[in-house]
Design a protein around this ligand. Structure first.
Ligand code: PLP
Length: 360
C-alpha cells in the first residue's frame, strides 16, 4: 500500500550513529575493539553513579518522577537558577526535538551551520520548519553571517559550542555581538554538550544570558564527561517561560528513573569529572602530537575529539581502521573525527593509522 508521507519526512535519512562495538565484533569476529567514534568518556561512568543505579532497581515497577524533582533541584542549585528553569531530556537530543516541535510552525526558519550536529536539521525538518544553513568560516561558526540570516520567521538559532564535528568554539565577545543582533522572537540554542572539556578562558558564560531573561536555552548532557551516554539523560537551562512551553510537548516520563538517579550522583562526583578532564587533556596532547608526526594537521579542539583531514578518501580509511579493530567516524570526504581515548587506546589508534595510510 502506498504511504502518504509528508515530503519533509520522506526526504530525511535516518541518523547514522557511531558503529557499536558488538556490531563490529559480530562482523569481523574481532575480540578487542577500540571505539573512538561517539565522543564517549573512555574512563566509563562515575562509580558513584553506578552505586546509585544499584539502589534504583528495586523500584523499577514504578514510573519515574515525571517532574524529576531531585535532579532538577540539584541542577538549579549548580547553575544558580530556579528548578522551573530546568528541563530534562532523554538525552539532550530529545530537547532539540522538543524545541523544534514547540517553537516551529510549518515554514518557520531555524538557523544552523553547514557542518554541525546533524540532529538540528533532522528535527527542524521533522517539525516542518525550514533549516537555514550558514557555512562555517575557517571551521568555526560564522556568527556575523548567522545574524545576517535572521528574518521575521527565524524562531531558532543553533549554536553548537564547541562545535561537533570540528571541536572549534566561538568566544564570549563573539557571542555578545551576536546576541546584540538577535530579536526576541528568535531563541538561541547554546548546545554545550562538551562544555566540561573546554579549557579556553574566552568561552562564553551562556548561563548568564539565561539569568538576564534572554530568550536562550543552554543544553548540557550527562552523555559525555559524566559517562552516562547509555542511560540517555541531558538537560536544558532556560527561562521559566520557555520551559513552560516545552513541558506542554515533553512526554511525561521522558527521563527514566535510573537515569535520574545516576545523573544526580554523577553531578556530585567532582573527582570523576576532574579525572576525565585531565585524561582528556593528556590524550589530546598525545593525539595532536601523534597525528602531526604522521603529517596531518588536526583542527585545534576544545572538546574530547579531533577533526582531521586525512588526505585521502575518509571512508576507505574508516573501513581499513575497522579491520584493525578501531572505530572512528567518517564525516565526509577526507574528514574523519576521532574521539580522544585512554593513553593506550590513543597509542593503538596512531599505530593502526600509520599502517593504514601506508597502504592507502
Ligand atoms: C553537539 C551535541 N549535542 C547533543 C548531543 C546529544 O547528546 P545526548 O546524548 O545528550 O542526546 C551530542 C552527542 O553526540 C552532541 O555531539
Amino acid at each position: 500500500m502506498p504511504l502518504n508521507v509528508h515530503p519533509d519526512i520522506a526526504s530525511l535519512s535516518p541518523y547514522v550513529p557511531g558503529k557499536p562495538i558488538e556490531e563490529l565484533q559480530r562482523e569481523l569476529g574481532l575480540v578487542r575493539i577500540i571505539k573512538l567514534a561517539s565522543n564517549e568518556n573512555p574512563l566509563g561512568p562515575s562509580m558513584k553513579a553506578l552505586a546509585a543505579l544499584g539502589q534504583g532497581i528495586e523500584t523499577l515497577h514504578r514510573y519515574p518522577d515525571g517532574g524529576a524533582f531531585r535532579l532538577r533541584e540539584a541542577l538549579a542549585d549548580r547553575w544558580k537558577v530556579t528548578p522551573d528553569q530546568v528541563i530534562l531530556g532523554n538525552g539532550s537530543d530529545e530537547i532539540l526535538g522538543l524545541l523544534a516541535r514547540t517553537f516551529l510552525a510549518p515554514g518557520d526558519e531555524a538557523i544552523m551551520a553547514d557542518q554541525t550536529f546533524v540532529i538540528y536539521k533532522m528535527e527542524v525538518m521533522a517539525a516542518h520548519g525550514k533549516p537555514v544553513i550558514v557555512p562555517l568560516k575557517q571551521w568555526r561558526h560564522d556568527l556575523q553571517a548567522m545574524a545576517d540570516a535572521i528574518t521575521d520567521r527565524t524562531r531558532l538559532l543553533f549554536l553548537c559550542n564547541p562545535n561537533n564535528p570540528t571541536g572549534t568554539m566561538v568566544s564570549a565577545s563573539e557571542v555578545e555581538r551576536l546576541l546584540s543582533r538577535v530579536p526576541a522572537h528568535t531563541i538561541v540554542v547554546f548546545d554545550e554538550a562538551y562544555f566540561e572539556y573546554v579549557r579556553s578562558r574566552q568561552f562564553p558564560d551562556s548561563m548568564a544570558y539565561v539569568k538576564q531573561g534572554r530568550n536562550v536555552i543552554v543544553l548540557r548532557t550527562f552523555s559525555k564527561i559524566y559517562g552516562l551516554a547509555g542511560l540517555r539523560i541531558g538537560y536544558g537551562v532556560t527561562t521559566a517561560e520557555i520551559t513552560n512551553f516545552l513541558n506542554r510537548v515533553r512526554p511525561p516520563f521522558n527521563a527514566n528513573s535510573l537515569a535520574q538517579r545516576a545523573a544526580l550522583a554523577a553531578l556530585g562526583d567532582d573527582e570523576h569529572v576532574a579525572r576525565s578532564r585531565s585524561v582528556n587533556e593528556a590524550g589530546m596532547e598525545q593525539m595532536v602530537k601523534g597525528l602531526t608526526a604522521l603529517g596531518f594537521s588536526p583542527i585545534p579542539s576544545e572538546a574530547n575529539f579531533l577533526y582531521v583531514d586525512i588526505g585521502r578518501d575518509g571512508r576507505l580509511v574508516f573501513e581499513a581502521m575497522l579491520r584493525e579493530g578501531i572505530i572512528v567516524r567518517h564525516i565526509e570526504g577526507r574528514m574523519v573525527r576521532v574521539t580522544i581515548g585512554r593513553e593506550e587506546e590513543n597509542r593503538e589508534f596512531l599505530a593502526a593509522l600509520k599502517l593504514v595510510i601506508h597502504s592507502h
